[in-house]
Design a binder for this molecule. Structure first.
Ligand code: KIV
Length: 259
């Protein structure tokens, strides 16, 4: 078994090698991402829209996150496993944030991620020994505040920069920059000590994160910020059709599959 990547190692990759991050939500996707050699696997609260069929990440509960972290952690041997704190699990108080992060780590995560300007919470979680990843720009849990899925930092550039710098000062080991202009993420990447991990944030971030189902061709929609690297959804539908046909025409199971 190769040794597992740590949060300090991810931090030290800034300026050295690009950090490859991918979401995963269960044993199978975790195993695929880990065997492919990605550096960081995120059990994202995007599990809500991607796997559970919710409209957004907003309904996702801490219990649901724990369930998916447990499943994913059983497969992950090499990558750093980060888990998202869902909406309602860290916004009320510092102690709520610490308790929620502890639950995700007890479920198998190596680090926690939270969205937005929660620097006291970041410091307190880190004080308990749990590394924290930040997330600025478009933060999906605030979709109602943003008025939809919109690129951030065009009109409020200084606000996004200020937030990234505060999280950096609070000691995050990395931060996601989501849906912001490429020029802005270049500026942030140069002005913070933590590595930046982009999604819809241009090429100059220290690393990239994508949603498993988007790059594997399993999503219903396609987005400008992503690319399909494997057309798995089409292959699966084809496979299921061939299976159905074989069952109906009695060409499966054969003697080979029988006991
Ligand atoms: O939940 C998620 O998948 C995320 C990534 C898009 C960064 O937060």
């Amino acid at each position: 078994m190769s040794s597992q990547i740590t949060a300090p190692q991810v931090r030290s990759m800034k300026g050295d090698s690009r950090i490859v991050c991918l979401t995963a939500y269960d044993y199978t996707s975790g195993r695929i991402a880990d065997r492919a050699g990605v550096d960081v696997i995120l059990v994202g609260d995007s599990v809500g829209n991607v796997v559970l069929g919710y409209e957004s990440t907003i309904p996702v509960t801490l219990e649901e996150m724990e369930h998916h972290v447990r499943a994913t952690s059983r497969a992950v041997e090499r990558a750093l496993l980060v888990a998202d704190l869902p909406l309602g699990s860290y916004g009320s108080s510092v102690s709520q944030a610490v308790d929620s992060a502890v639950r995700l780590v007890k479920a198998g995560a190596n680090a926690a991620k939270l969205e937005g300007d929660y620097c006291d919470e970041v410091r307190a979680i880190q004080k308990t020994g749990i590394p924290v990843m930040g997330h600025v720009g478009f933060t999906p849990q605030s979709v109602h505040n943003f008025g939809g899925y919109k690129v951030q930092g065009r009109k409020n550039k200084s606000e996004v920069i200020r937030m990234a710098k505060s999280l950096d000062d609070a000691g995050v080991f990395a931060m996601v920059l989501e849906l912001i202009p490429a020029e802005l993420s270049t500026e942030i990447t140069k002005s913070v000590s933590a590595p930046t991990i982009g999604i819809g944030a241009g090429i100059d971030c220290d690393g990239e994160i994508q949603v498993f189902h988007d790059i594997m061709g399993l999503a219903e929609k396609t987005y400008k910020h992503t690319r399909v690297f494997a057309h798995s959804g089409k292959a699966m539908i084809r496979g299921a059709r061939q299976y159905a046909q074989a069952v109906r025409e009695r060409s499966f199971p054969t003697e080979e599959n029988s006991f």
